[in-house]
Structure formats: C-alpha cells, structure tokens
Ligand binder design. Structure first.
Ligand SMILES: N[C@@H](CCC(=O)N[C@@H](CS)C(=O)NCC(=O)O)C(=O)O
Length: 210
C-alpha cells in the first residue's frame, strides 16, 4: 500500500490509524497547497481532485476520502477495536462521528484557514465551529474517547483537526483563529491521545515531535 499524505493535514488521522493497526504502507509526502509530490511530480496526475489522503492498494486500486480510508484500514485489523463491526449500532455511531467531523469540523475550519478569502464569513464560521467544539467537549465528559473507553478512528480524525486550533496546550499546525482553551474535557482528551505511542510516532515523523 502507498499513502499519499501531507504533514499536519487531515491525512494525519489516516497516518495514526496505520500505526494503531500495525499496518505497513509506503508514505509519500505531498505539498497539499502546491499539489507537488516530494521529490518531484504533479500530484494531480495521481489524484485528480488534488487532495490528501489517498491510498493506493497493492493491486493498484485507489481509495479516496479520509474517513473511508480509515475504515478500510481499521477493518483489515478488526481486533484493534479501531472500528466496531459492520452492521452493529456501534458502527453507525462511528459513522455519525465521522460524518460530523467531516462536515461540521473539518470543512468548518476552512473559512478560518483561508480567512482573507473568506472575508466577513469568518464572523459566521467561527462561532459555529466553537459551538460544535463545545458540543464535543460535553460528549467527552466522563469518558476517555469519543466512543467510550476504546480509541477509534474518530479520535484519530478529531486529533488531526484539533491541532489546527489555537490553545496553549496544542502544538498548532495552521494556527486557525479559534481558541479552544476553554474546553477542559477536550484538553484532557487531547493529552490522552497525544500520549499514545502511535500518535507520538506520527508526530515525530511529520515533524511535530518534541
Ligand atoms: N473530502 C476529503 C477532503 C480532504 C482534504 O480536505 N484534504 C486537504 C488537506 S486537509 C488537501 O489536501 N487540500 C488540498 C486541496 O484541496 O487542494 C477527505 O475527507 O479526505
């Protein structure tokens, strides 16, 4: 397998899942803003939509969309607990989280990451995003991970996205103009996730260690 990824981007979630599942993949780094593959090469030739993550399987099949790639990898190692079994209510709960993270958090960040282009829309986008983080903070009350006691791919996804916000306890990657410092449960969760060996290994490899 080959994983096209960009350090600190949403593809970090898939990178973490690879480690958690104990799977091997060749990592190919991409400059996601310039759409250039490290060492040379036009990323659009591999990925017509120009975004990471992208997984190329050994038979040449290409899998797009982070939450789908993460589920594929998790399902290769069911004993990892990274995704509950297909068809169970717990699996639908996982889908619920992944869809929420994709549509409400991941894409909710875009106006803040491209604030100049977004103009006054930032004034609408920021409180919406904060309200959704407040909701996540409430859900984490009294539990270790998003789905309870078990770390799942939803935690890996939220970890990559949370790193985009501003808070003293974050090693922010993009410094999006949103302050997450008021969310105590999120903060405790973040520290817990950041201490996982898989996450430490990925941060080191992506240049955010230490
Ligand atoms: N729908 C895609 C979105 C992926 C995405 O937004 N990737 C960003 C990095 S976080 C990227 O590569 N952006 C470059 C671009 O869109 O040109 C997914 O969920 O996997």
């Amino acid at each position: 397998m080959k994983l096209y990824h960009a350090p600190g981007s949403c593809s970090q979630a898939v990178h973490i899942v690879l480690h958690e599942a104990g799977l091997d993949a060749e990592l190919i780094e991409v400059d996601a803003r310039r759409h250039v593959i490290a060492g040379g090469g036009d990323f659009f030739e591999v990925a017509p939509l120009g975004y990471v993550p992208l997984l190329v399987l050994d038979d040449g099949a290409v899998l797009r969309e982070g939450p789908v790639i993460a589920q594929y990898l998790a399902d290769l190692k069911p004993a990892s607990g990274l995704a509950p079994a297909q068809g169970t209510m717990a699996r639908y709960r996982l889908h619920e989280w992944l869809n929420f993270l994709t549509s409400e958090i991941h894409k909710g960040f875009l106006p803040l990451l491209y604030a100049v282009a977004a103009g006054r829309y930032v004034d609408t986008a920021r409180p919406r995003l904060l309200a959704r983080f407040a909701w996540i903070d409430q859900q984490l009350e009294g539990q270790r991970y998003l789905m309870g006691d078990t770390f799942t791919i939803a935690d890996a996804y939220l970890f990559a996205l949370t790193g985009w916000g501003k808070a003293a306890w974050l090693k922010s990657v993009y410094h999006a103009d949103i302050d997450l410092s008021g969310f105590e449960n999120l903060r405790a969760w973040y520290k817990r996730v950041r201490a996982r060996p898989s996450v430490l290994a990925v941060l080191e490899r992506e240049g955010f260690g230490g």
